[in-house]
Design a protein around this ligand. Structure first.
Ligand SMILES: [Zn+2]
Length: 185
């Protein structure tokens, strides 16, 4: 990430908006915004390979579900946030993951310029590759500020995406069991 370039761009944006980038309230804003992007979009181009640490499953081959993982991402069409909760379910084959690592996978992929559909798939792809489970379901339920602050202005509208892989795709009963546990409200 090139923080200097971001600072220049923000100065230009403020100027373009018709405000004065040199006035005291705004003078340090470009630097602040550049630092902020380093955090909220800091994973662009980074590898997701070392997040999951496999632990032996010890014959647990039922659904493991982590519900309500909060996430914050940035809509690539408008560059303002979309945010909500993510549910991750999987059935292990030989390995399980520490619960916190699942949340880290969600956070890792959220911190890029994203669309919700791709974000949901990327989380599932990382888990399928690194945990090699029997199957994965990822459900994301989000509010897009580009829908609620501007344009159609529909506060409260939720966008729900799901990605289903492996056994959850092949076995309807298993998928339904996971979906009822998720019980997205
Ligand atoms: Zn948008």
């Amino acid at each position: 990430m090139d923080e200097k370039k971001i600072e220049e761009a923000i100065r230009l944006l403020i100027d373009g908006l018709g405000d004065d980038p040199e006035r005291p309230g705004l003078a340090e804003t470009p630097e602040r915004v550049a630092r902020m992007y380093g955090e909220i979009c800091g994973n662009i181009g980074k590898s997701d390979e070392d997040i999951i640490k496999k632990l032996p499953a010890e014959r647990h081959d039922e659904i493991i579900l982590v519900r309500d993982i909060p996430f914050y991402s940035v809509c690539e069409h408008h560059m303002i946030p979309f945010l909500g909760i993510c549910h991750v379910a999987y059935i292990p084959k030989e390995s399980i993951s520490g619960i916190s690592k699942l949340a880290r996978v969600v956070e890792f992929h959220a911190r890029k310029l994203q669309v919700q559909e791709r974000l949901t798939s990327q989380i599932a792809d990382t888990l399928m590759r690194d945990l090699d489970p029997k199957g994965v379901i990822v459900v994301m339920d989000a509010e897009h500020l580009c829908m609620t602050m501007r344009g159609v202005k529909k506060p409260g509208a939720r966008t729900v995406t799901s990605v289903v892989r492996g056994i959850f795709r092949d076995k309807i009963a298993t998928r339904n069991e996971a979906m009822s546990l998720i019980g997205n409200r």
